[in-house]
Design a protein around this ligand. Sequence first.
Ligand SMILES: O=C(O)c1cc(=O)[nH]c(=O)n1[C@@H]1O[C@H](COP(=O)(O)O)[C@@H](O)[C@H]1O
Length: 279
Amino acid sequence: MPQPALSSFAAAVTERTLTLQTRLCVGLDPRADAYRDTAHLRLHTLDVLEAAAPFAACVKPQLAFFEALGLPGFILLEEVCALARTLGLPVLLDGKRGDIGSTAEAYARAWLGGSHAGDALTVNPFLGFATLTPFVEAARANGGGIFVLVKTSNPDQADVQGSGVSERVAVEVARLNAEEVGAEAEAGTYGSVGAVVGATHARDLATFRALMPHALLLLPGLGAQGAAATDLAPAFHAGGTGALASASRGVQYADGLDVAASVAAAKRFRDELNGALEL
Ligand SMILES: O=C(O)c1cc(=O)[nH]c(=O)n1[C@@H]1O[C@H](COP(=O)(O)O)[C@@H](O)[C@H]1O
């Protein structure tokens, strides 16, 4: 099968970014202890998704929160994906999957090509670059995307992501994208392989942007983890494409379970990001 020159996940996100002028990824981390029961959690999660969608370039359900609910969680995840598609929102599943090759193949089938498939998936390169191959192949074959953990938002990341490790992962991400888009591609052309770089590492954003010219960058940590939209401009290309700043708790639980507050928070993050880019 011929490889798409431009990942359709990246193309869909970029098109939505430009059409709606939003660089915000809305995270859904529905915590069971915030609700009376699973029915309440389900309604609120779907309400937040629908209400915040006009301000979002994509939605990022974190699989752990759905898995923790058991079978009803998997059913809700299907509903979230279906509603997102109805709303025109690309779905980025945050699973941070990674394993030896044969198991990575099963993860890739499950989340990038099987019945629960999202449009894109976060993946963990800790087991070695070759173990990313099944994810890359599934993303390319299905017009999806993967986001490789390059430098995570949490302070403890330095234990294993220090000493140039993140930079080595970034170089591999760039290599995979060059293989796909070609060495001559203009900046602003994005391949299937994105990268996770914490929004909390504002001083490193320019470096990672330059190392991975054809990667969409996912920047988690906006809001609850202390990252500010005003610091994120170096992650974007001219015209304001190439990155998605992500907020989960800061949108879903902006003020308890008040959905209007979630909408206001999403709008504020969108506006702050655009303001930082002087758009
Ligand atoms: O891949 C992610 O989304 C992610 C990467 C990272 O480096 N840090 C990080 O917090 N996340 C996820 O982002 C969500 C937390 O976002 P906040 O609630 O906005 O802090 C959780 O689902 C995390 O798993």
